[in-house]
Design a protein around this ligand. Structure first.
Ligand SMILES: *Cc1c(COP(=O)(O)O)cnc(C)c1O
Length: 368
């Protein structure tokens, strides 16, 4: 059980009375603890109540939800956006609505579990292509005889931090008449000059990636998710996506808080700059200390250690030194690639990053 003193903006948690510097949260910009986001949540609850009371199609859809959907459509440069209560449900809902028996779903092998589950549960023929292998995707799509095809990929891979080759994926999907959906849970608010995400980073728009999904629980600091796209797509999802229809809408107060967070993406661009300075500081210090990182340029900086036991031991050793990084083990990641999934945030201070790297250097040096 943890407490999060707001003065530390999420960089420090108090766990059983002891302070731990947190290097495994997805609150990349510190917005979960931002005074304006908190105030919007509080005011929203005062105005709309603690809960939404019903699903969107019954009485759950307030003017605040509506305004957030419009704000998300503008943010993503698309005709419309639709709120889902979680990212997991957004992924399940989209896949099941768009494809089924006789169709095909193709996914990157390292996609987030919710995308893989979405493909498996959709009823369509499901297959995974090698990580970022657009040629393998092209071959499989070209072999299809009938039915629709849906290609799903993470924008930023959640356990590896690398960025999907979206331009090439879009080209292949377009040439083969397949729909491309990008789950940008870790790109929204983080990547691109304006923080619009992986598509902005790659210079792509709605014609390349017709189905864009994003979550609100990571850089935006609240919870929930959205799908953004063309008018017809969103209307279709409202009619067909069961995980949209048959669940209680997010509290309107969460919508208010998310609207405040979206405004901060523009108003406090320095958070993005600071985040990337922190990433650079961490990578340079790790490099100098001889710590082998991957090529990731995003806030997700995995340190692959191999066995589950070694990842757990490293996580425990960091914990003893006042640092919180959970060990990520199979089946979340492939066998033999257990890791510390280190994440950087805009709210980390230089000294905290230096302490982390020093601790990692000591732990990795120690004979096991
Ligand atoms: C976190 C995450 C999700 C799930 O989102 P929730 O809102 O937490 O359910 C989906 N996809 C990716 C890539 C994620 O990292």
């Amino acid at each position: 059980m943890q407490d999060w003193p707001h003065a530390d903006q999420g960089a420090v948690a108090i766990v059983d009375g002891a302070r731990r510097t947190v290097f495994c949260s997805n609150d990349y910009l510190g917005l979960a603890h931002h005074p304006r986001v908190i105030a919007a949540l509080r005011d929203g609850a005062a105005r709309y109540g603690a809960g939404s009371g019903a699903s969107h199609l019954v009485t759950g859809h307030s003017s605040e939800h509506h305004a957030l959907e419009e704000q998300l459509a503008t943010f993503t440069g698309r005709e419309r956006a639709l709120l889902f209560s979680t990212g997991y449900m957004a992924n399940l809902g989209v896949a099941a609505a768009l494809v089924g028996h006789g169709d095909q779903v193709l996914e990157d092998r390292l996609n987030h579990a919710s995308l893989l589950d979405a493909g498996l549960l959709s009823g369509a023929r499901f297959s995974r292509y090698a990580h970022c292998d657009t040629t393998a995707l092209q071959t499989r799509l070209a072999a299809r005889e009938s039915g629709n095809a849906l290609v799903m990929t993470d924008g930023v891979f959640s356990m590896d931090g690398d960025i999907a080759p979206l331009a090439a994926l879009a080209q292949v999907a377009q040439a083969q008449g397949a729909w491309l959906m990008v789950d940008d849970a870790h790109g929204v608010g983080v990547l691109g000059h304006w923080g619009r995400g992986t598509l902005e980073h790659c210079g792509l728009g709605a014609t390349h990636v017709p189905i864009l999904m994003g979550t609100l629980g990571k850089a935006l600091g609240t919870c929930g998710a959205f799908v953004a796209g063309a008018e017809e797509l969103i209307e279709f999802l409202i009619q067909k996506a069961r995980t949209y229809i048959y669940t209680t809408a997010l509290p309107a107060a969460v919508a208010s808080a998310t609207r405040a967070a979206l405004r901060l993406i523009d108003d406090e661009a320095w958070r993005r700059e600071r985040l990337f300075e922190n990433i650079a500081r961490f990578r340079a210090a790790a490099h100098a200390a001889g710590i082998a990182l991957t090529a990731s340029t995003t806030p997700i900086q995995p340190l692959v250690l191999g066995s589950a036991a070694s990842a757990l031991a490293a996580s425990d050793a960091l914990w003893e030194r006042g640092i919180w990084v959970t060990a990520i083990r199979p089946p979340t990641v492939p066998e033999g690639t257990a890791r510390l999934r280190i994440t950087l945030s805009a709210v980390h201070e230089d000294a905290q990053i230096d302490v982390l790297v020093e601790a990692l250097a000591q732990i990795l040096r120690r004979p096991s």
